[in-house]
Design a protein around this ligand. Structure first.
Ligand code: CU
Length: 559
């Protein structure tokens, strides 16, 4: 059952310093290393925030029933001092354009692969057993193509994917990839209420490489309820995509040549820029954020760059799958232990920030998450600067709701079926650990079959020394609890013995979710009702490198 993954060269790539170069951008690397790594803890530096935050363009589907999104290699500039760099994007930009639809209005997207046949990054499929298994190749292929894409709309509810037809791929089924010159057709019924989804590549064994290259974008569903809330809109609603990247001496994107457990990056890119700033007016704004990094959890707050004081407040009104019931108040300067915004890989946050009392100041979106000790994770603190002006261009009549629609809890009863999923690794004498879910990897046969319309509790058990964001396709779920257990005991006899009471959930975890963070040494229970459509879907770790390495399983929803 166990597949052998040869994880050669776990050591992270580093940036080698050029003492001099033709671009005059060596200062960039000095900044990367000195300011974000060697700077005193808590240091805030705004001098490097010299590029305006790109505002992502929006494709409004309107009455159209079909749009085309073209994947291609394009040029971009990540930072003022860097030369243009090749990335992969959609319709000429990375992140791609925002697709905006109305709830209930179906949209068919033609995802056209116009990429080169050679990858932007080194490809190491040969090191991963199963990747070049002839039995797994689709008809017409004798070897695994270096460039292959399968676009998944994260958070979508889609009808069944035809697993025998690579070109029809509603859910971004990882094995239904297309190659340059081919087009993937996906139908999105959009039955959900307003929320922000995101599209990204999901092709088996190359998701991390493809997403890091830039194949990512946002997808916003609107509805009448959202409109009735009178939230900040138009230019006062700013969608934001966080990614982590590495760069080589020439400013090119860099990704490890050999399979690597987690790629944390040495810089955060925000809508495709390193260290951007956004000029804002002293009024309310709505920010829609997604953590699209490979592996990095963020803990975010706003601080004043003059005196490092906290504030203004972050009002979180929504998370992955729409609005919260009650607005979560984060980053409260009056409360020293005020919750911050936890944004783990693949999670979204819908925020309102009122800059009206910050006129004339500069605020930093600051990351307090220091990462996993021992994982070579560079500490990246300063993410984006907000330069608050002194005048408002148009009067602020928008609202800041503190209560939204009631969220009806799914109830766990004595008879609710419970399915256990254990994250584990297996040390082997000659190889890096195998990463598994219930002792299985992606290409093991389907073992999880659930009934359409049924409700289940999933017991997610993290026996590993680090945390993992866990994502389930097709459904939305509620987090029930998160409780520490005795890992050593479990490894001896597979019994879960709790070592303490459940820990409090984040305020934002009280809403509907499609990804939740599994903490090392904790059991997390989620509850979900399967639907709205039957078919074969996917659950997986959302550390992109882990899902490529097999930490991903199919599940089937049967009528
Ligand atoms: Cu993982």
């Amino acid at each position: 059952v166990l597949k052998k993954y040869f994880l050669v060269g776990i050591g992270l790539i580093g940036i080698t310093f050029a003492s001099a170069d033709n671009y005059g951008h060596s200062a960039f690397y000095t900044l990367l290393h000195k300011l974000d790594v060697a700077a005193p803890d808590g240091a805030i530096d705004i001098s490097r925030f010299v590029d305006a935050l790109p505002i992502l363009p929006t494709i409004k589907a309107g009455n159209r029933s079909q749009i085309t999104m073209v994947e291609s290699e394009v040029s971009t500039q990540f930072y003022k001092n860097l030369p243009p760099t090749k990335v992969w994007g959609f319709n000429g930009i990375s992140p791609g354009p925002i697709i905006e639809v109305q709830s209930g209005h179906p949209l068919e997207v033609l995802w056209k692969n116009s990429l080169p046949t050679t990858h932007l990054f080194p490809v190491d499929d040969a090191s991963m057993e199963g990747m070049n298994n002839p039995a797994r190749l689709p008809p017409g292929f004798t070897t695994l193509p270096e460039v292959r894409t399968a676009t998944h709309l994260h958070g979508a509810a889609v009808t069944e994917t035809d697993l025998s037809n690579r070109l029809r791929n509603n859910d971004g089924w990882p094995d239904n990839w297309v190659v340059p010159g081919e087009t993937q057709i996906s139908e999105y019924p959009n039955p959900q209420s307003s929320r922000m989804l995101w599209y990204h590549d999901h092709a088996m064994g190359t998701t991390a490489r493809n997403v890091n290259a830039g194949l990512v974008g946002l997808y916003i569903i609107r509805d009448a309820y959202e409109a009735s809330l009178n939230l900040p809109s138009g230019k006062y609603e700013v969608p934001i995509v966080f990614q982590t990247r590495d760069f080589d001496n020439d400013g090119n994107l860099l990704y490890p040549a050999k399979v690597t457990n987690e790629v944390y990056g040495s810089a955060v890119t925000v809508n495709g820029k390193v260290w951007p700033y956004l000029n804002v007016e002293p009024r309310k704004y709505r920010f829609r954020m997604v953590n699209a990094t490979d592996a990095r959890s963020l803990q975010l707050k706003l601080v004043n760059t003059l005196d490092s004081s906290a504030g203004p407040l972050l009002y979180q009104i929504g998370s992955d799958s729409g609005f919260l019931e009650n607005t979560a108040v984060l980053n409260d300067p009056a409360t020293p232990n005020s919750p911050q915004l936890n944004l783990n890989p693949a999670e979204r946050a819908d925020l309102i920030v009122d800059f009206s009392k910050s006129a004339g100041s500069t605020l930093m979106l600051y990351n307090s998450n220091v990462g996993d000790v021992g994982d070579s994770e560079l500490i990246l603190r300063n993410i984006i600067a907000f330069k608050v002006g002194t005048t408002v261009n148009s009067a602020d009549h928008s609202a800041l709701p503190m209560h939204m629609k009631t969220i009806r809890p799914l109830v766990r009863t004595a008879t609710t079926p419970q399915r256990q999923i254990v994250l584990s690794e297996l040390d082997t004498p000659n190889e890096a650990p195998l990463m598994m879910l219930n002792g299985k990897v992606w290409d093991d046969p389907v073992t999880d079959v659930v009934k359409l319309g049924s409700t289940e509790v999933w017991e997610l058990v993290d026996t590993l020394p680090d945390g993992h964001p866990f994502h389930v396709h097709e459904v939305q779920f509620q987090v029930l609890d998160r409780q520490p257990f005795d890992v050593a005991q479990y490894q001896t006899n597979q019994q879960i013995v709790y070592t303490g009471p459940p820990v409090p959930l984040d305020p934002a975890e009280k809403g509907w979710k499609d990804v939740t963070f599994l903490q090392s040494g904790y059991v997390t229970h989620i509850i979900t009702k399967f639907g709205p459509y039957p078919g074969m879907f996917v659950f997986h770790c959302h550390i992109l490198e882990h899902e490529d390495m097999g930490m991903m399983r199919p599940f089937q929803v049967v009528p």
